[in-house]
Design a protein around this ligand. Structure first.
Ligand SMILES: Cc1ncc(COP(=O)(O)O)c(C=O)c1O
Length: 391
C-alpha cells in the first residue's frame, strides 16, 4: 500500500530528538527553529513530559467520555490558572481544525446565527467550517463552499465597522488569529482586536481567538490576543498544547452555556493526552518558558533586523518572520542542507521561525551565525563577487 501523496517532503528521516535538536538516521544533528510546525513548545522529548506519559500509559491510556476522567479537570484547572482565565470552561478535542470547527459551531448554537467573519490570508484548518473560514480557495473542496463566510481585509477597521453596520445582527462569530501564521506572520493590531471585541459585544456576536499557532505562550503571553487587553469569547488551541502529543481544545467564556450532546468526541480528552498536556503546562510554568520566549524572541528579532538584506523582520516572542528577497531565494534550503537548521516558510517568500519556547541563547546564536553567513554568501553570489572580498 502506498502513502497518499499529499506532502512535498524533505528526504530526511528523523529518529531522535531532544530539546531544540533532532537527529537523522545518519547521525546528523539539526537545530529545530521550526518546532515541528510550532508544535514543540517545551522542547523535544522533555524528560518530565516523557515520564508523565509513561506513568499514565502504565495505568490507563483511554476510556470514553462516558465516565469521569479527573485528569480533564486537573488540566482545566491548570490551564485556567496559567492562561489567567479561571472562569472559562474547557472542551477537549484532538487538533487545531477540530478546535476551530467546534468554536464556530458552538458560536452558532449560542446565538442561532449563521454568518462568520474571517480575514484575508487567514488559516483555520482543513475540516468543513474551519476550511471554509480559511482564505485559500485551493484547499476548499466544492462541498465546503458556503456563502456564510465573509473575508474582510486584515487589520482594516473601517471595513469591519462597515460590515457590522450593515450585517451586524446576522454575524454569529468573528474568527481571528492574533498573529497570522500560515498567512506570513502578520500581527493583528491592538486596536483591531479591541474593535472586534466592541463590535461583537454590541451585536451579540462571538469573538473567536484562533490561538492554535500563536497561542500557548509562544508570544510571551499565554494567548497572543492578550496583548490587546481584551477577552475573547472562545480561544481555540492545539499545536503547543501537547508538545507533539495530539490534543486540541477550546476555552469558553462563562457567558456561553453548555447543553448535553451539543459538542462531543470519542478521543478528545483521553487520559494519555491529558497527562501530556498537564506536563506541558507544568514545564511552561516551572521553567518560565513564556519569559524565555519574550527574552530570546526579542534578541533574535533585533539581531535579524540588523541584517540589511532581509526585509520586514517582524514578530512577537518566538513567532518571527522575515521576507527573503529573490536573490536570496535559496536561503531556506541552504540553512537546512548546509547548516542543518530547520525553519518554516510562508508563501511566497517568508521564512518563519517557530522554535521551542525553551530555545537557548546559544542556539539562537548558532542560528544567527548561520543566517548571517549564508545571507552574505548568497548576496555575493547574486552580485558575482567572491564572498570574502573586501567590500
Ligand atoms: C492558526 C491555525 N489554526 C488552525 C490550524 C489547524 O490545526 P491542525 O493542523 O492541528 O488541524 C493551524 C495549523 O497550522 C493554524 O496555524
Amino acid at each position: 500500500m502506498k502513502l497518499f501523496d499529499v506532502y512535498p517532503i524533505n528526504d530526511i528521516n528523523i529518529v531522535k530528538a531532544l530539546g531544540s535538536n533532532v537527529w537523522d538516521d545518519k547521525g546528523n544533528k539539526y537545530l529545530d527553529m521550526y518546532g515541528g510546525h510550532a508544535v514543540i513548545s517545551i522542547g523535544h522529548t522533555h524528560p518530565n513530559w516523557v515520564k508523565k506519559i509513561e506513568d499514565q500509559l502504565e495505568k490507563i491510556a483511554f476510556y470514553s467520555n462516558s465516565i469521569k476522567i479527573p485528569l480533564q479537570q486537573e488540566l482545566a484547572d491548570k490551564l485556567g490558572q496559567v492562561s489567567g482565565k479561571n472562569d472559562y470552561q474547557l472542551f477537549l478535542c484532538n487538533s487545531g481544525a477540530e478546535a476551530n470547527e467546534n468554536a464556530l459551531k458552538l458560536a452558532s448554537f449560542h446565538n442561532g446565527r449563521k454568518k462568520i467573519v474571517a480575514f484575508k490570508k487567514a488559516f483555520h484548518g482543513r475540516t468543513s467550517l474551519a476550511v471554509a473560514a480559511t482564505d485559500n480557495p485551493a484547499i476548499i473542496a466544492p462541498v465546503n463552499e458556503t456563502d456564510n463566510v465573509t473575508f474582510l481585509p486584515f487589520n482594516d477597521e473601517e471595513s469591519l465597522k462597515a460590515h457590522f453596520e450593515k450585517h451586524g445582527k446576522e454575524v454569529s462569530s468573528v474568527i481571528v488569529e492574533g498573529i497570522q501564521g500560515v498567512g506570513g506572520i502578520r500581527i493583528a493590531s491592538k486596536s483591531f482586536l479591541q474593535l472586534i471585541r466592541d463590535l461583537c459585544t454590541e451585536h451579540g456576536s462571538v469573538f473567536i481567538a484562533d490561538s492554535v499557532q500563536c497561542g500557548y505562550g509562544r508570544t510571551g503571553k499565554f494567548y497572543s490576543h492578550d496583548y490587546a487587553e481584551v477577552d475573547a469569547d472562545i480561544y481555540s488551541m492545539a499545536k503547543g498544547m501537547g508538545n507533539g502529543f495530539p490534543i486540541g481544545a477550546i476555552s469558553i467564556s462563562p457567558e456561553i452555556a453548555p447543553k448535553h450532546f451539543m459538542l462531543g468526541t470519542t478521543f478528545g480528552g483521553n487520559h494519555l493526552a491529558c497527562a501530556a498536556a498537564i506536563a506541558v503546562l507544568e514545564v511552561i510554568e516551572k521553567e518560565q518558558l513564556m519569559e524565555n520566549a519574550t527574552k530570546i524572541g526579542s534578541y533574535l528579532l533585533s539581531e535579524i533586523k540588523k541584517i540589511p538584506q532581509l526585509q520586514n523582520a517582524r514578530g512577537v516572542g518566538l513567532m518571527i518572520g522575515f521576507d527573503v528577497p529573490e536573490e536570496l531565494k535559496d536561503l531556506r534550503s541552504h540553512l537546512l542542507n548546509k547548516y542543518k537548521i530547520f525553519t518554516g516558510t510562508s508563501k511566497p517568500n517568508v521564512i518563519r521561525l517557530l522554535p521551542s519556547l525553551a530555545l537557548s541563547k546559544s542556539n539562537a546564536d548558532l542560528f544567527l551565525e548561520a543566517l548571517r553567513k549564508e545571507v552574505t554568501l548568497l548576496s555575493a553570489r547574486s552580485k558575482n563577487i567572491p564572498a570574502n572580498a573586501e567590500l
